[in-house]
Design a binder for this molecule. Structure first.
Ligand SMILES: C[S@@+](CC[C@H](N)C(=O)[O-])C[C@H]1O[C@@H](n2cnc3c(N)ncnc32)[C@H](O)[C@@H]1O
Length: 405
């Protein structure tokens, strides 16, 4: 009987590479000759691998603006010809591991530089997956077809998809617990005699901030605005309509009269919106009554975390959010799933702190909110992090503004 395994050896040699040093293959070549003779191998095949180019990780030395975009494009190149089913699995896996490693380095106060080395190992692994491309059956070229390109539309659709799924039953209760200390913190800065009767949460998501505020201000009426139809439906089913009203709308054109609200919140929303920050801040302060308050939180950024999130979005772009949700939900708690999907599908833009503060100063007195330790990314709440600037840049911008009377 012919033993096929012994009769054939397939060589795959790199080609089209600028930095391949063929002399390093000489000992390997002689080794193979000896193996051929000893194993009595009669057939040899040379299989050139299309476009094979070993990844030159030396090019990716230190963190700079090009680090994550370079890695993302190399990963996309490695994975693009692998069948959807397999490549979606790999992409979700990479997204999770990258986020995990970033968080781990932060929690253990280790240098973010380690992430660079780690990303190289991810890249080398992807390069191995690329060899799957030699099989004809793996040449599924449907990836990239009909992809949505409006990143802000992707952002809106993904929030609408995920919030109702990550805030069911006990998951909602856990999510509410995280919000309580944050609400208590900014409420403690509001004049005690001030009792708001109309409160708006603009970009309310599952309505957890309003829920929390409703026990502090029992006499108020609560308005939640969001663009997500499914989010609004889920909220209307869960909240008492005599106290909570949910409005469909866009944060750049709030459907309320000037000075209609005593307190307005915008929590983690405006960095996801295409319009310039000046315009959306102006629109929110338009509806706040003179003497009323506006609590705003957006990312300031310009650290490694924001670059990493752009990288996650870049590699997850071909993966339908439904598949990513399913995969993450199989392994992680809802809170973690929400965070991952947010970073993988929600576009963020960065805002400079000085510019932001001078913008807020036009409308009234503002106070910087330190944020909750263990939850918020500010220098005050994370004073133990020796690498804060590198990791988070300016961190989160959290402010309470009292509108000029
Ligand atoms: C990160 S979530 C924050 C939700 C909520 N503020 C919270 O912290 O629980 C961002 C929310 O903004 C909403 N959003 C994004 N773009 C919007 C837009 N242009 N108009 C209205 N809502 C928007 C999303 O649907 C999502 O619910």
């Amino acid at each position: 009987m012919l033993d096929i395994k012994k009769q054939f050896i397939v060589f795959t040699f790199p080609r089209e590479s600028n930095d391949t040093n063929y002399s390093s293959y000489v000992p390997l070549f002689f080794y193979f000759i000896i193996v051929l003779i000893m194993q009595n191998i009669t057939h040899l095949a040379y299989l050139p691998v299309k476009g094979f180019e070993p990844v030159n990780t030396k090019l990716i030395n230190k963190y700079n603006q090009q680090f994550f975009p370079t890695i993302a494009s190399k990963i996309n190149f490695c994975l693009e010809s692998i069948p959807n089913e397999v490549q979606f699995e790999i992409r979700c896996n990479i997204a999770y591991r990258t986020q995990y490693m970033f968080d781990y380095l932060g929690r253990t106060n280790q240098s973010p530089e380690i992430l660079h080395e780690y990303m190289k190992t991810v890249l080398l692994e992807c390069d191995s997956y690329r060899l799957l491309n030699v099989s004809e059956s793996f040449n599924d070229k449907t990836i990239g077809a009909n992809l949505e390109t409006d990143i802000y539309k992707i952002t809106r659709e993904s929030f609408n998809y995920m919030w109702p799924k990550t805030t069911r039953g006990n998951d909602y209760k856990n999510s509410l617990k995280m919000v309580k200390p944050r609400v208590d913190q900014f409420i403690s800065l509001i004049d005690r005699t001030f009792k708001p009767l109309s409160i708006l949460d603009s970009g309310c998501g599952p309505g957890r901030y309003l829920d929390c505020l409703s026990s502090i201000y029992p006499d108020a009426t609560f308005h939640g605005l969001d663009q997500g139809k499914d989010i609004l439906k889920s909220n209307r089913d869960r909240f008492d309509p005599s106290r909570f009203q949910f409005h469909s709308g866009h944060v750049n054109k709030l459907p309320f009269d000037d000075n209609a609200m005593d307190l307005v919140l915008s929590v983690g929303v405006l960095h996801h919106v295409k319009d310039p920050i000046e315009q959306t801040i102006k629109e929110h302060l338009r509806v706040v009554k003179p003497g009323g308050y506006f609590f705003v939180f957006i990312v300031g950024g310009d650290g490694l975390e924001m670059s990493m999130w752009s990288f996650l979005r870049e590699i997850m772009r071909p993966v339908p959010k439904e598949i990513a949700h399913q995969k993450f939900a199989d392994y992680f708690v809802a809170e973690r799933v929400q965070g991952l999907l947010d970073h993988c599908y929600g576009e963020y833009f960065l805002t400079n702190r000085d510019m932001f503060e001078s913008l807020l100063a036009k409308y009234g007195e503002f106070q910087k909110i330190p944020g909750i330790s263990g939850a918020d990314v500010t220098k005050e709440s994370m004073s133990w992090d020796s690498f804060f600037d590198e990791r988070y840049g300016e961190g989160h911008l959290r402010y309470l503004i009292k509108k000029n009377g």
